[in-house]
Design a protein around this ligand. Structure first.
Ligand SMILES: Nc1ncnc2c1ncn2[C@@H]1O[C@H](COP(=O)(O)OP(=O)(O)OP(=O)(O)O)[C@@H](O)[C@H]1O
Length: 344
């Protein structure tokens, strides 16, 4: 009797997959206690299933991996190159990095990307804000201060990734956005009443009608699991308090009920948008030719503000502004859509 009881006890302390090794972690998704070796196998195979089930890639495609040197994209670069080899996806993979010009942050993380270039044997392309826009984030922050600098950074990065992808002539761009990021964005879009972004922020592929489609193979992957082996890198200019509150709220929910993250994503996916809701029409920026729902894209509006010494131009919420007005001189008239960081 005692022996059986002791045996069960020992068994319950073993990995619930291999039943041989000691568990090293409890999976937030399934609450299974598993060992490190089994974790790597199930983690990678889950990403493979997401890729296959959602038909993310076709053989022969050229794919850029948005590589920031942070934890998510570093794991993404590893998993993509591993699965491409293991499952013969037949993809041509590239690393694409945007150098925002943030001393002490991006220059450090770019070193990680350069190591990944060698480790995984993937060609690396770096595009910089300085080359594309004439400004580094250090210079922008010096001019505008810490408030609103995330708006500049988010809008410029989005466009810089598209421009880099065009230079690499890739078919798609993959990013390391994870389940926590998406749940957070669903909440923020609800809090802002931004129905257009809410309706697209849960899609695993976005921008199929734009210059470069973007995919998120980590859409269902918990940040906690990606973080296991990597250190977090936080931007030194990141005062985005509102997003920070949403992030903390999601982490609190996760502590009480880990499934909350996937449930928020599911709620976002299942929202039905009333047909009477007016959606922005996609056109092209009259200045740079990049996609825009206004006459000028957000990047051009922000850049104009910087270059004219009016950095507040384009900051804040300005929905559906004067598409048909004469926009040449009036600062108010050339504002466009709010912060691109709520888009993927
Ligand atoms: N400077 C950059 N260059 C290239 N890709 C980037 C850059 N910044 C962000 N990305 C892409 O966008 C994704 C989300 O970035 P974000 O900074 O919002 O989240 P993160 O969780 O800090 O990601 P990471 O840990 O990969 O930096 C990244 O995983 C990466 O694929």
């Amino acid at each position: 009797m005692d022996g059986t009881h002791g045996g069960e006890k020992t068994k319950s302390r073993l990995c619930s997959i291999c039943n041989q090794r000691r568990p090293a972690l409890k999976r937030p998704k399934t609450l299974q206690q598993i060992c490190r070796e089994c974790f790597y196998v199930v983690f990678e195979e889950e990403i493979h299933s997401v890729i296959v089930n959602n038909k993310l890639f076709k053989p022969g495609e050229r794919i850029a991996i948005g590589a920031s040197g942070g934890k998510d994209s570093t794991v993404l670069a590893y998993v993509m190159s591993e699965l491409n080899r293991r499952h013969n996806y037949g993809l041509d993979l590239f690393l694409l990095s945007v150098d925002e010009g943030i001393t002490g942050y991006r220059d450090d993380s770019l070193e990680t990307v350069k190591r990944n270039e060698i480790q995984y044997g993937l060609p690396l392309k770096v595009v910089s804000y300085k080359d594309l826009y004439g400004w580094t984030m250090d210079e922008i922050v010096k001019m505008i201060g810490l408030k609103n600098n995330c708006t500049f950074c988010g809008v410029f990065r989005r466009q810089a990734l598209d421009r880099g992808a065009a230079l690499l002539k890739v078919d798609k761009l993959v990013t390391g956005h994870n389940a926590d990021d998406i749940a957070e964005t669903v909440l923020l879009n609800i809090l802002r009443g931004d129905i257009a972004r809410l309706s697209r922020c849960t899609s695993i592929i976005t921008g199929e009608d734009g210059p470069i489609p973007r995919c998120k193979p980590f859409k269902y992957t918990y940040e906690k699991e990606i973080k296991l082996d990597y250190f977090s890198t936080e931007c030194i200019y990141s005062p985005n308090a509102y997003r920070g509150f949403a992030r903390e709220f999601i982490k609190d929910l996760e502590r009480i009920r880990p499934r909350a993250i996937l449930d928020i994503i599911k709620s976002g996916e299942d929202f039905r948008i009333a047909t009477s809701t007016k959606m922005p029409e996609q056109g092209t920026c009259q200045r740079c030719g990049y996609i825009s729902s206004q006459k000028w894209c957000k990047a051009c509006v922000l850049l104009e503000g910087l270059n004219r010494g009016l950095p507040k131009l384009g900051i804040g919420r300005t929905r559906g502004v004067n598409r048909n007005d004469d926009q040449h001189n009036d600062a108010k008239n050339i504002q466009s859509k709010p912060c691109g960081s709520l888009d993927f």
